[in-house]
Structure formats: C-alpha cells, structure tokens
Design a protein around this ligand. Structure first.
Ligand SMILES: NC(=O)c1ccc[n+]([C@@H]2O[C@H](COP(=O)([O-])OP(=O)(O)OC[C@H]3O[C@@H](n4cnc5c(N)ncnc54)[C@H](O)[C@@H]3O)[C@@H](O)[C@H]2O)c1
Length: 155
C-alpha cells in the first residue's frame, strides 16, 4: 500500500516507517521538522535500503496536504505529526490545540475528498490530558509550568 506517515521523521513515526518499508509498503512522509531532522529520513533509507518520498510541510496547511494527495494515490494515513511536550503544552495551550487538532481535521478532510478509508491516529496526551486525568481541571496557567494550579473537576 501507499501509506502517508505524518510526523514520519519523529520518534515513533521513523520506527513505523522502517517497519512499513520492511513489510513491503511504499512510504510517503510529511513532516515540518519542528521536532526532528531531515537526516532521519536518510537513516530510514539506509536501514531499509528502500526509498522514502519526503515532503517537508506543515500538515495544518491544507493546500500542502492536498499536493501530496494529488501526487500520490494514498491508501492510508498514519498520523503522528503532533506536539507532545507536556510542560510546553501548558505554557502554550492554544498553539498545541491548534497544531494537534487542525492537523487532524485537515487530514480527515483529505481522506473524505480523496476517498481514503484507512486512518490511524496516534493521539497526543497534550490535547486529551483532561480525559486521561479526569479529576483535575486547569484553572490558571502562567509562563512557568510550576505555577500551574489545579482544582478538582465538578464531575
Ligand atoms: N512517544 C510516546 O511514547 C507516545 C505515546 C503515545 C502517543 N504519542 C503521540 O504520538 C505522536 C508522535 O509522538 P513522538 O514521540 O513520535 O513525537 P516526535 O516529536 O518525536 O514526532 C512528532 C513529529 O511530528 C512532526 N510535527 C509536529 N507537528 C507537525 C505539523 N503540524 N506538521 C508536520 N509535522 C509536524 C515533528 O517535527 C516530529 O517529527 C504524538 O502525537 C504523541 O503525543 C507518543
């Protein structure tokens, strides 16, 4: 299959690319390298002796994502392109929500437009933390993570 791996230059994404290539799939990576390096793509190719098509794009950019789907017949997406640093997510909550939710919506829209039925989403705890720790609600934050105060949720 032709599989689009977003965040494919990152930690989990790069290992997934190796496994997919070794299983005989064609891998297209979309990554903006905000938390990774282009050399990782070279390492994936060296390890597997297979070619990776790499797009250095931001997957919140719907036009850039559309270019990939126009250029390739994508059979499925594995979506790892997320921000996941817990401390930073508290310092910059809107940036994290924007990156992690808009990217997912852009990719879902592309799936709908191009009829892609396979989508694996590696969700980030930096967006879903409230679901994962339902006993606390963030009521105040400042520039310092240590200054974050929490109170029990009214469940
Ligand atoms: N590492 C873990 O143990 C773990 C566990 C469960 C879920 N996850 C989730 O899996 C995802 C990947 O985790 P990871 O540990 O591989 O992180 P990572 O930071 O190593 O990889 C994420 C990759 O996505 C890229 N990226 C981020 N935003 C992007 C955007 N808007 N457009 C294009 N590329 C973008 C980064 O440059 C990076 O290469 C995250 O959502 C994370 O929360 C990770």
């Amino acid at each position: 299959m032709n599989l689009l791996v977003t965040g494919g230059a990152g930690y989990i994404g790069s290992h997934t690319c190796v496994a997919l290539l070794e299983a005989g799939h064609t891998v297209i990576v979309a990554d903006n390298l905000c938390n990774s390096k282009a050399e990782t793509i070279d390492r994936i190719e060296q390890i597997t002796n297979e070619k990776v098509t790499f797009y250095q794009i931001d997957v919140t950019d719907d036009k850039a994502v559309d270019t990939i789907f126009s250029n390739h017949s994508i059979d499925g997406i594995i979506h790892f392109a997320g921000l996941k640093a817990v401390g930073e997510s508290v310092e910059k909550p809107l940036a994290y929500y924007y990156n992690n939710t808009v990217s997912t919506m852009v990719l879902c829209q592309a799936c709908q437009t191009y009829g892609v039925k396979r989508f694996v989403f590696s969700s980030s705890a930096t967006v879903t933390w409230r679901c994962l720790t339902p006993t606390y609600q963030l009521i105040e934050y400042s520039d310092k993570f240590d200054a974050v105060r929490k109170r029990p949720l009214d469940l």
